[in-house]
Design a protein around this ligand. Structure first.
Ligand code: HPA
Length: 265
């Protein structure tokens, strides 16, 4: 019989425990494009390993996604930060995309913080600013779940955690994140469609991880960094390099915000 995704996550969690010496994590964070350096501000860094040292992880494919996992001590709590993630467009399937989240929950994490870079559809968002994810549109037509797993997604992004984030920064806007399969950026017509459907942000990650985290019983907080205005809304073309550069420029600001929020989780 082939191993279940849960068994694979437990195996990775056991290896993680033995490599880091941490028995149980409290909070897991997935650092998307533009967020990785924020990990330095979260607390005292312990062990950091390539994720591929743990069973079930695939090598990183994208520039700006380093593919390591870092153990961090913040006060009396243990944090697990994934520096980089696996995207659906890498072609390894949904289990590979959510293996980090499942591993973190198997290692004890009850709160999962998902960060990403996103295109801004809502004209109120400034490039370089963080936005709280209030809800999502899963446009990947995929789910990390199989079988009769009818998970309630009414409150995918835990309201109490959003409130807590806004207590750190009351000016933090909230929005609906639409996840497209990628790896290409959207057409202007697709952005008009997403806008009509109620999306404020567009990206290529996060939603499958949020679903897997909810299915595993964890609380979820989602944060996007607006790295560009979505396609067709200005005269400009989109470029992955610009997305990364905006991320680098905003690193200190979003890092501080994330560290302040994490301290209260
Ligand atoms: N579209 C999709 N994904 C993204 C974007 C975008 O405009 N910006 C950063 N990630």
């Amino acid at each position: 019989m082939t191993r279940t995704p849960q068994a694979a996550a437990e195996e990775a969690a056991a290896e993680l425990r033995s490599r880091t010496g941490v028995d149980a994590y409290d909070v897991a964070l997935v650092m998307g494009s533009g967020w990785a350096s924020a990990a330095d501000l979260l607390g005292d860094s312990g062990q950091e390993l390539p994720t591929t040292d743990l069973p079930g992880f695939v090598p990183p494919a994208v520039e700006g996604h380093s593919g390591t996992v870092r153990s961090i001590r913040a006060g009396d709590r243990s944090l697990l930060a994934f520096l980089g993630r696996t995207h659906l467009y890498e072609g390894h399937g949904t289990d590979a995309v959510v293996h980090g989240v499942r591993t973190a929950v198997a290692a004890g994490a009850t709160t999962v913080v998902l960060t990403n870079a996103a295109g801004g559809i809502n004209p109120a968002y400034a490039v370089g600013s963080p936005v709280l994810i209030a809800d999502h549109l899963n446009m990947t037509a995929r789910s990390p779940l199989t079988g009769a797993t009818f998970v309630d997604l009414t409150e995918t992004y835990t309201p109490a955690l959003r409130e807590l984030a806004r207590s750190v920064d009351p000016s933090l806007p909230e929005g609906v994140y639409a996840a497209m399969p990628g790896p290409h950026f959207e057409t202007p017509a697709e952005i008009r469609m997403l806008s009509a459907m109620g999306a404020d942000l567009v990206g290529m990650s996060t939603v499958l991880e949020a679903i897997a985290a909810r299915a595993a019983g964890a609380r979820v907080l989602g944060l996007s960094l607006v790295t560009n205005v979505a396609a067709g809304l200005t005269g400009a073309n989109l470029d992955h390099e610009d997305v990364l550069a905006t991320g680098r420029d905003a690193a200190a600001t979003v890092g501080r915000l994330l560290a302040d929020i994490t301290a209260k989780l």
